[in-house]
Ligand binder design. Structure first.
Ligand code: FCB
Length: 432
């Protein structure tokens, strides 16, 4: 995996920043299925991409993670839009020219309008569709992009789209979950194979959302049991899938999700961990017997603007958990909604300290990406939460650095100067 050098940067996703992307999400918005309204022009990164890349560099980044809009690139099945591909090519060229490594994600939640009818995730056709899309992107960008992430958070997508039904395609059906996860992971493998063939020295990863869980009442047996079940399902299931090609977990109360795909094991060069917060679990819940979860400020750091607990020490534990996979780890998202920038500098300092402690234990850390470079469209919550290192005025679309950019830059300097993560000390391999 020659391509992955020490990384310090920021992350965005196409839909959340680009604007005016005709895909399943804006149908969802039109149907009133979001709490926070519509994305519209987002923050106009479709046209301001050079400026954004420069801002990423000015913040001291040597890498920038962004995603490709499938709906722009393939607006009709099998019909690809060269102008859209060319726009991504210009972004990649610009990043490379200013010394910022492009990290390309291929699936970050949104689909072309035709996808759910023609090649839905419940069908194996989805796998071919995703690999054809990958091939076209790789044909255009393969000579200039070395770091690839086919999927962002497949489990979050699975749960939100097919269990809760809160995001497109919005099908809440426990009976199809195992099949959909299998197809998502197969699509990852097929996409990774396409990338590897075209870009032999590519570094390929996945972004897995890991959440810390704690019993709301530490002396309650049921709270502790639910915490173990949630951790096993949400955090370990995907790690196990990539570590040994098998997965088997319970979604409370009774849905068992299991499967096997041997090619998952060799499909990755690094493992990405997206980490934000910790949830406190209670069983039985007050409204739902099976259990409930909530955020609470148990570390005394204050809650973020969207009410999430700040629990940096948990990042160290989760990195340790993920290290069982035996690959370098990339913190592929970590961030805070903090419009007034009161807590962000401490958040950054405390989370990078947790990473440093993990490294001191021999866990190989390839890098860190802050979510997000800019204030953006936060899915169901609209433009409410402000995660950006740069504030965006959505009337003028002008960008302005928040004070904590200087902390980010300084921490980046230290992180990059500490050198490459060690390879030793990865955890015991999983066995099921
Ligand atoms: C992650 C998503 C990302 C962003 C952050 C806050 O789970 O990958 O798109 O919304 O949460």
């Amino acid at each position: 995996m020659s391509a992955l050098s020490r990384i310090w940067g920021t992350a965005v996703s196409h839909y959340q920043v680009e604007g005016d992307d005709l895909c399943d999400w804006n149908e969802w918005e039109r149907a009133g299925r979001t709490r926070g309204g519509a994305c519209g022009r987002a923050v106009d990164s479709w046209t301001r991409y050079e400026e954004d890349a420069d801002l990423a560099r000015d913040a001291g980044s040597n890498a920038f993670r962004f995603s490709i809009s499938w709906s722009r690139v393939e607006p009709k099945p099998g019909r690809f839009d060269d102008a859209a591909l060319e726009r991504y090519r210009r972004l990649v060229n610009h990043l490379n020219s200013i010394g910022v490594e492009p990290i390309v994600t291929l699936f970050h939640y949104t689909h072309p309008l035709w996808f759910h009818d023609r090649t839905p995730w419940t069908s194996t056709k989805s796998i071919d569709a995703f690999s054809q899309f990958t091939r076209r992107v790789v044909d255009t960008l393969g000579d200039s992009v070395r770091v690839w992430m086919p999927l962002n958070e497949p489990l979050v997508f699975l749960l939100a789209a097919f269990y809760d039904g809160q995001i497109p395609p919005g099908i809440a059906n426990g009976r199809i979950l195992a099949k959909v996860l299998d197809h998502l992971l197969a699509a990852h493998c097929a996409s990774a194979a396409v990338i590897r063939e075209a870009v032999p020295d590519a570094a390929i990863g996945i972004a897995h959302n890991m959440m810390a869980f704690a019993p709301e009442r530490p002396d309650s047996f049921l709270d502790r049991l639910l915490t173990r079940v949630a951790h096993r399902c949400y955090n370990r299931g995907v790690v196990e899938a990539f570590a040994c090609g098998r997965w088997d977990f319970l979604l409370p109360p009774t849905t068992r999700v299991r499967g096997r795909r041997d090619d998952l094991v060799r499909s990755l060069d690094f493992f990405g961990v997206n980490f934000y917060s910790r949830l406190h679990l209670r069983c039985p819940g007050k409204e739902r017997f099976v259990g409930e979860f909530r955020y609470a400020d148990r570390t005394g750091r204050g809650l973020t603007d969207n009410g999430w607990e700040i629990a940096p020490h948990e990042l160290e534990h989760l990195l340790s958990e993920a290290s069982a996979i035996g690959l370098p780890l990339l913190v592929s998202e970590n961030g805070i909604a903090d419009a007034e920038d009161r807590l962000r500098a401490a958040f950054l300092t405390d989370h990078t300290a947790a990473i440093e402690r993990a490294e001191a234990r021999g866990i190989p850390i390839a890098g860190y990406l802050y979510w997000s470079l800019l204030d953006n469209y936060e899915w169901l919550d609209g433009f409410g939460p402000k995660f950006g290192l740069y504030e965006v005025d959505r009337l003028t679309m002008s960008r302005r650095p928040r004070r904590s950019v200087s902390t980010f830059r300084e921490l980046g300097r230290e992180f990059l100067s500490r050198g490459a993560g060690q390879r030793s000390g990865v955890g015991e391999p999983y066995s099921l």
